[in-house]
Design a protein around this ligand. Sequence first.
Ligand code: NAD
Length: 506
Amino acid sequence: MSAQLQENISKAESYLARFKENTLGHYINGEWTLGSGETFDNTTPFDQSYLGKVAAASEEDVNAACEAAAAAAAGWAATPGAERRKILHRLGDELEKRAEEIAMVESMDCGQALRFMRQAAVRGAANFRFFADQAPEARNGLSLHQAEHTNFTVRSPIGPVAVITPWNTPFMLSTWKIAPALASGCTVVHKPAELSPLTASILAECAEAAGLPKGVWNMVNGFGTVAGKALTQHPAIKAVALVGDSATGKLIQAQTAQTLKRLHLELGGKNPVIVFDDADFDRALDAVVFMIYSLNGQRCTSSSRLLIQSGIKDKFLAALKARVENIKVGHPLDPETEVGPLVHTGHYDKVTSYFEIAKQDGATIAVGGKSLRDEMGPGNFVTPTLFVDAKNTMRIAQEEIFGPVLTAIEFETEEEAVQLANETVYGLAGYIWTSNTGRAMRMAHAVEAGMLWVNSENNRNLPSPFGGVKMSGIGRDGGDWSFDFYMETKNVCIAHDTHKVPVLGR
Ligand code: NAD
């Protein structure tokens, strides 16, 4: 074990000690509480060892959080944008102060390699700062003219909102939602994923330290079927922002029907990376490897289907195979580690089941396709895996595996590439590698996805829209798209007193 890893482990242990000693509760109306529900054990995917107990919110606890958010709504909505801006910048400062702690706790709770988590708090803080700066102008609207009337629009916060987040990069994803909600003037009830609850509590502590008024930010731990369901059904909640599985999105659409809530659903994907013969070979290779094997492949925008043109197929797959064989799997806190353990044994079982499915489908396992439990102990370690000789109709090409597993499919023509890219129920992201600008433009229009990158890996720009089409979701995050979701637009029409008012019954 390197000295650096040893040092990281002892630092992480000191950050994690309080979670082992005290049950992690909920943050409701400015108070930490264990609520009235049961508790459950949280473990680390590194070796399944105990990280601590977590309170699972009951319906009663969720109701208390929603009522606190409702009671605080008018006051927060009336807080001047400049004041909200100041508080959210302070929150950014708090996150930056605790960056190392957030990175280490997130790594041990989720199994993500520290090299990727190091930026989690910094990027989270950047999200708060970006939306904070827009808070003073968030209510601005349009002026729309007619001959005898002038219309103007104003925006106001929609009210208390629910933010429900998944276990993959949970810290970052939570900040994407909560930052614009608060900047808009909405109060929030956040329910983090039951499989990775720890950093959401640090986030709530930072909000408290930044001076958010009580009830503006509430956080409940617990399960989707109880806490999540009660949250989506509560009448005080006006909108639900979910990041999660497509199946959960469907459930939430049904659960919210009776109270008719606004929904933003960011769901699953089976994203194609399309590499043409004329692509910059080395840059495309780097991006293909990065976009499926970083973050353990547990990333909604991961390019899990490689569509490779026949002219470079053999050379590209040979180079890819060498790179995948060389990926370093290891302790999430080891600075050398590129792939860590999968988040949970249930997810490990799902990912490893595809090694058998690939064989049944008739694909070839070019690299990996194995559990690493014999070599690396009880953690959820698997080999980075590459399937070749695959067809787009196979399950390994159609289903979201959500692990460090890539399926490569050959194509001949541009038309075939478009057809293969679109033959999926999903439509989150796509990546196109070509040196032909006309082709890049044609592909950009033809591929069905909410986001496309040309000659790039996933590059996030906060003012740009983020979200998917088809089964990958409804709605967009980012820039003014976020404000539109968290705010209602009202039109006010004012007459110039020159038009003829219709007369009845005179
Ligand atoms: P999940 O859908 O199982 O859980 C997400 C959250 O929903 C959790 O907090 C869970 O407790 C809650 N939940 C579950 N059932 C619920 C219900 N009936 N009512 C209310 N809440 C409920 O997802 P996961 O397994 O935690 O995360 C992985 C999934 O998230 C993948 O499919 C991935 O693609 C997707 N994801 C999408 C994006 C995106 O931007 N499109 C980003 C990250 C992850």
